[in-house]
Design a protein around this ligand. Structure first.
Ligand code: 6R9
Length: 580
C-alpha cells in the first residue's frame, strides 16, 4: 500500500496540517529543520538507526546513525556559535558530497544561521558572485577546495572566516581555521528558537541573463518536503533511499537531506564520478529501494544498454522518480522494461522548494506527462497574453501556482523587483511577505505546458526555449522526445535558428548511441522516422551532430547557450555550465 493511498481523496481532504502531524510538530513549538532531521528522530527511539551510508572514490565507506547526526551537527552548531556567528548569517557549504556537507548543513540550521550550499565544482568566479551577493560570513570547505576561496577572499568584505572541515590541516594559511567535528561532538545543544518563517536554506539559480538569483527558503519548507517525500517518493521506515543529486542543487537538499531525514529514513550517498556500472553496483550493494534521479542520468544509463543492467541484482528497487528536465516517454518505457519499474516524473523548481506536479504511486502513468498537481497545490495554465487561467484542455500556456504553499521561496536576495515580477497581478509596492500568501495572485514558473482532459500536465518547454516558427510556437520537448525514440540517438536539443521567412526554423543537436556514426543515410533515416511523429512545423531544418550537449551542473541541457551561439548573441550567465 502506498503512503498516499487515493490521490483523489487526498486532494479532497487536504490540509497542510497533515504534514505537521506526520512530523509530530505542534503550533507554537520550535520549528527547526536541523533538529527535526536529527534530535527528533532520536527522540522517537531511532538514534541507532542508520541515517547515512556514504561511499566515496575507491569504494571507501562510512556510516552514520541518527544519533551521530545529532551530536555531530550539534558540534558544528556549537562551533559556529563560538565563532560569533549570529542567527540569520549565511554560512556557505563548499565541498564534495562528503558526510561533512550533510551533517554541517543540519548544524548550521540548528544554530539559526542560513545554509548556502554551492557545487564544489564551481570555479572561483562562480563562487565569488554567490558569496558576494549573499554577504556570506563564513565558508565551510575542504583542503581540496580552499584554494578557490583564497583567490577571491580579498574581494569579499563580508567573508570573515574560512573553515576547513576535512583533509590535511597542514599548510593552512594564517587566519584559516581547521575544524574536525569528530573531535568535538556535543551531546546537548540549545537549538535556536526558529519558527516557520525563519530563513533556512539559500540556493542560487542561474537566470537566462544577468547574475544568478538567490532563492531564500524558510524552515516551514520541511512541511512540503516531508509530505512530498512521503506521498510521492513513498518513503517508509525500512527504505534505503538514494537521491543522486548534489546538494549544490535544490534537489540535493530538499530531497537529499531534508525530506528523507525528517521522516527518519536511511539514505545513501555516492560521491564518485558517474558510470552506469558504478551506479548499478551501488544499488546492488546497498540494496537501494527508492531511487530519485534525473533525465540526464537516465539517458546515460539508457545509452549503456540493457545488457549491463542484467549483470547486477537490482531486485531491491521498488520505486523510481525523476526531476530536473522533461522526462521523455521513451525513458519511462525503457525503465519499465529493464528495471521492471517506470521512473515517475516530478516537476518543481528551486523557487517552489518542493514537488508541485508529479506522478504518484498507484496512479495511472501516461509516459511523457509530468502528472498532476500535488494535493494542496493549486496549479493552473495561464493564457500567454491575458494571463487568465485557460479552461480548454490542450491549450498551451504558462505553468502557474497559487501562492502560499509552505516550501515556497520567500525572496530573491536583494532583488525584490525580480521577485515581484514572478507574480501575475502584483501591485508595484507589494512586499515579498504579502505576495507569498496572496491567493488572488499566481506565481508564474517560467515554463509552458498544457493539461489534458484527465487533468494530466504535459510539458512544452521553458519560456525562453520555445521556438517561434512563422508565428507558430513549438516546444523543444516534443521534438527532442521524437528524436530520442530513434535507436541511434542518445540525446537531443532543439532550438530556433534565424530564418528570413519564418523568423525561426527548428535546428537540432544530437548525440549518437555507441555504434552509430553520422552519415547522409542516417540523417535521412532520422528525418523519415520523426516525420511520422511531428507536425510539419516542428520538423528540423538542420541536424548537427555533437559529441556532447552543453549542460548545467544539475544536468539540464542549456539550449539558450546553443541558441546564442547560433544567433551570434551574448550567452549570458554561464556559471553553472558543466565544464568537465
Ligand atoms: C528541481 C529543479 C527548475 C526548472 C523548471 C523546468 C525544469 C524541472 C522538470 C522540468 C520538465 C520536469 N524542470 N523538473 N521540466 N519536467 N519534471 O529542477 O529546480 O534547478 O530550479 O530548475 O527545471 O524548466 O523550471 P531548478
Amino acid at each position: 500500500m502506498s503512503n498516499i493511498g487515493s490521490y483523489e481523496k487526498r486532494r479532497e481532504n487536504f490540509s497542510w496540517d497533515i504534514a505537521k502531524e506526520v512530523l509530530g510538530w505542534k503550533e507554537g513549538e520550535i520549528l527547526n529543520i536541523g533538529a527535526m532531521c536529527s534530535d527528533r528522530i532520536c527522540a522517537q527511539g531511532k538514534g541507532d538507526k542508520k541515517a547515512l551510508i556514504w561511499q566515496g572514490f575507491g569504494g571507501r565507506q562510512k556510516t552514520y546513525t541518527f544519533n551521530d547526526l545529532r551530536v555531530l551537527s550539534n558540534g558544528y552548531a556549537g562551533f559556529l556559535q563560538n565563532l560569533g556567528v549570529d542567527p540569520g548569517d549565511k554560512v556557505c557549504l563548499f565541498m564534495d558530497k562528503i558526510p561533512e556537507l550533510y551533517i554541517s548543513f543540519l548544524g548550521v540550521l540548528k544554530m539559526g544561521a542560513v545554509a548556502q550550499p554551492l557545487f564544489s565544482a564551481f570555479g572561483d568566479e562562480s563562487l565569488e558572485v554567490r558569496l558576494f551577493s549573499a554577504d556570506t560570513r563564513v565558508i565551510f570547505t575542504t583542503r581540496k577546495h580552499v584554494k578557490k576561496v583564497r583567490k577571491i577572499q580579498d574581494r569579499l568584505p563580508a567573508l570573515e572566516k574560512i573553515v576547513v572541515v576535512e583533509g590535511n590541516p597542514d599548510k593552512l594559511k594564517e587566519g584559516e581555521i581547521f575544524f574536525r567535528v569528530e573531535e568535538f561532538p556535543v551531546e546537548d545543544f540549545n537549538v535556536y528558537e526558529s519558527g516557520p518563517e525563519t530563513p533556512s536554506v539559500l540556493h542560487y539559480t542561474s537566470g537566462t541573463t544577468g547574475q544568478p538569483k538567490g532563492a531564500q527558503h524558510a524552515h516551514a519548507s520541511v512541511w512540503g518536503q516531508a509530505l512530498t517525500s512521503s506521498w510521492v517518493l513513498d518513503l517508509k521506515d525500512d527504505d534505503v533511499y538514494w537521491c543522486t543529486a548534489d546538494p549544490g542543487w535544490v534537489t540535493g537538499t530538499s530531497y537529499g537531506i531534508i525530506g528523507p531525514w525528517s521522516l527518519g529514513v536511511t539514505q545513501c550517498v555516492l560521491d564518485s564520478g558517474f558510470t552506469s556500472a558504478a551506479w548499478y553496483r551501488f544499488i546492488q550493494d546497498n540494496k537501494v529501494t527508492v531511487w530519485y534521479s534525473a533525465p540526464t542520468a537516465i539517458r546515460s544509463l539508457m545509452r549503456d544498454g540493457e545488457e549491463l543492467v542484467k549483470q547486477y541484482d537490482l531486485s531491491s528497487l521498488r520505486h523510481l522518480a525523476s526531476v530536473g528536465e522533461p522526462l521523455n516517454a521513451e525513458a519511462v518505457i525503457w525503465s519499465e522494461k529493464v528495471y521492471g519499474l517506470p521512473f515517475l516524473d516530478t516537476f518543481w523548481q528551486t523557487e517552489t522548494g518542493s514537488m508541485m506536479i508529479t506522478n504518484f504511486p498507484g496512479m495511472k502513468i501516461k509516459p511523457g506527462s509530468m502528472g498532476k498537481p500535488f494535493p494542496g497545490i493549486v496549479a493552473g495554465i495561464l493564457d500567454l497574453k491575458t494571463h487568465e487561467p485557460v479552461t480548454e484542455p490542450g491549450t498551451v500556456g504558462l505553468i502557474a501556482f497559487r501562492p502560499g504553499w509552505p516550501s515556497m521561496f520567500r525572496e530573491y536576495v536583494k532583488k525584490p523587483e525580480i521577485y515581484r515580477s514572478k507574480f501575475v497581478g502584483a501591485a508595484d509596492d507589494a512586499q515579498p511577505a504579502e505576495l507569498r500568501v496572496d491567493e488572488s495572485l499566481w506565481y508564474v514558473s517560467g515554463d509552458r505546458a498544457s493539461f489534458d482532459k484527465d487533468g494530466y500536465y504535459w510539458f512544452v518547454g521553458r519560456d525562453d526555449d520555445v521556438i517561434n516558427t512563422g508565428g507558430h510556437l513549438v516546444g523543444p520537448f516534443e521534438i527532442e522526445s521524437a528524436l530520442v525514440e530513434h535507436e541511434a540517438i542518445a540525446e537531443a536539443a532543439a532550438i530556433g535558428k534565424p530564418d528570413e521567412v519564418n523568423m525561426e526554423v527548428v535546428k537540432v543537436f544530437i548525440t549518437l548511441n555507441p555504434g552509430y556514426e553520422p552519415s547522409d543515410d542516417l540523417e535521412l533515416n532520422i528525418m523519415n522516422f520523426i516525420r511520422k511523429r511531428l507536425s510539419p512545423l516542428a520538423m528540423p531544418q538542420e541536424i548537427e551532430y555533437s559529441k556532447k550537449l552543453p549542460k548545467t551542473r544539475s544536468g539540464k541541457i542549456l539550449r539558450r547557450y546553443l541558441k546564442a551561439l547560433e544567433w551570434g548573441e551574448e550567452v549570458g550567465d554561464l556559471s553553472t555550465l558543466e565544464d568537465d
